[in-house]
Design a protein around this ligand. Structure first.
Ligand code: GLN
Length: 402
């Protein structure tokens, strides 16, 4: 009996669940699923706990607690200079993942093309399938100077011709910047090109900006701030990465009142509303989180350097990420010394043989061969966790061949 609907059957279990399970089974250091192994800020937790004690236990307003919508409108104004109406232009969702689903289901019609970059965050493709949309892929490619045993500061890149061909006839383009899993931060030039094509072909832009606060010396440009783009962009983001609260699942969609109607048409039937006390906690984070964000950036920058240099010293070819908390590394030499070929094989072997877990990125490609030589490592962990991972990874050199 087929118990999984045909439109979702091809996607199986997410790689994050699979690799975290494997990490737990082997008691491995989990550099696979991207979540911090330290807690979020106390003042945010206190605000949520106070809300629970104050009896804020019933449904929130469908599109968000009024004070959270207001806090986000204020923040948007200070970040972009754009004044928006909190009640008709912001929708609070259960994490950015729900915002992505609500946008796909509420705005895109079956058969319409949605352009996305591969490697892509896995839910893009699955939610496109739920909406009956036709995904079309543009490949982000590793820099030409990627070499085993070295860290390159050159960025991932894509072919403009490939993008242009994909955009003609598309309904929407989904842009994730800073980009998971590559760590790429789309440059102003790249985004201007995307904006130009959106206008030329009348394409909507959906942006996933959940790593917006995690960039390392590279400007995060919001597509909605480029000329003419506010009218055609749905900006999605969340609390989880910025405040180390990935389990709270507070996200949001910011767009025009017209596009908001589409997002809410789906959101009201997906989750209706998001956990009330956690929305109250989120207000504290948004309004008073500046110091926390600054100190997190300093820590993540150091951990990025540490993990990048560690991986390079072991023979990985490392692309220094410009944002996010992930490092993409070419594992070819290291995998060879372990007697394995390919990212899925490498990442399946690593927890058992070395005690470290990573993500095989080929699952994020329509053309899996483009990701076969890569592995993704998360550095959103305590320094001591990364040191333990480094200690274990150093054992690879002495691992006997299978
Ligand atoms: N966004 C996180 C990652 O990329 C985890 C997502 C998930 O577990 N679904 O690792």
């Amino acid at each position: 009996m087929n118990t999984v609907a045909a439109r979702l059957a091809p996607f199986g279990t997410t790689i994050f669940t699979e690799m975290t399970r494997l990490a737990q089974r082997h008691n491995a250091v989990n550099l696979a699923q991207g979540f911090p192994d330290f807690d979020g800020p106390e003042f945010v937790k206190d605000a949520a706990i106070d809300a629970i004690r104050a009896g804020r236990s019933q449904y929130a307003r469908m599109f968000g607690d009024p004070a959270l919508n207001a806090a986000l409108a204020q923040r948007w104004r200070s970040l972009t200079g754009q004044a928006i109406d909190p009640d008709t232009q912001i929708t609070i969702t259960s994490g950015c993942t729900e915002a992505i689903a609500a946008t796909m289901l509420g705005v895109i019609n079956p058969g319409e093309r949605v352009v996305m970059f591969e490697p892509y965050y896995d839910s893009y493709r699955a939610t496109a399938a739920m909406a009956g949309a036709e995904p079309r892929f543009v490949t982000l490619r590793p820099p030409a100077d990627l070499r085993a045993g070295q860290v390159t500061n050159s960025p991932f890149w894509f072919d403009m011709g490939e993008l242009e061909r994909a955009m003609a006839g598309a309904r929407a383009i989904l842009v994730n910047t800073p980009h998971n899993p590559t760590g790429h931060v789309y440059s102003r030039d790249e985004l201007e090109r995307i904006a130009f094509l959106c206008a030329k072909h009348n394409v909507l832009a959906i942006t996933d900006e959940v790593y917006e606060d995690l960039t390392y010396g590279h400007e995060h440009v919001r597509l909605a701030t480029l000329p003419g783009m506010a009218e055609r962009t749905i900006t999605l983001s969340s609390l989880g990465k910025t405040f180390s609260l990935t389990g709270w699942k507070i996200g949001w969609a910011i767009t025009t009142p017209e596009l908001t109607r589409g997002v809410r048409a789906a959101h009201q039937f997906l989750t209706f509303a998001t956990a009330t006390p956690l929305q109250i906690g989120a207000i504290a984070a948004i309004e008073q989180g500046g110091d926390y964000i600054s100190s997190l950036q300093v820590q993540f920058r150091q951990r990025r350097e540490f993990l990048a240099t560690t991986l390079a010293s072991l023979g990985f070819g490392v692309v220094m990420p410009r944002g996010t908390y992930f490092i993409m590394a070419d594992h070819t030499e290291v995998a060879r010394s372990m007697g394995v070929v390919g990212d899925v094989e490498f990442c399946r072997e690593l927890p058992a043989r070395v005690g470290v877990a990573a993500i095989p990125p080929s699952v994020f490609y329509d053309h899996p061969e483009n990701g076969r030589s890569l592995a993704r490592f998360a550095f959103c962990k305590k320094q001591e966790t990364l040191e333990e991972a480094a200690r274990r990874l150093r054992a690879i050199a002495s691992v006997p061949h299978a």
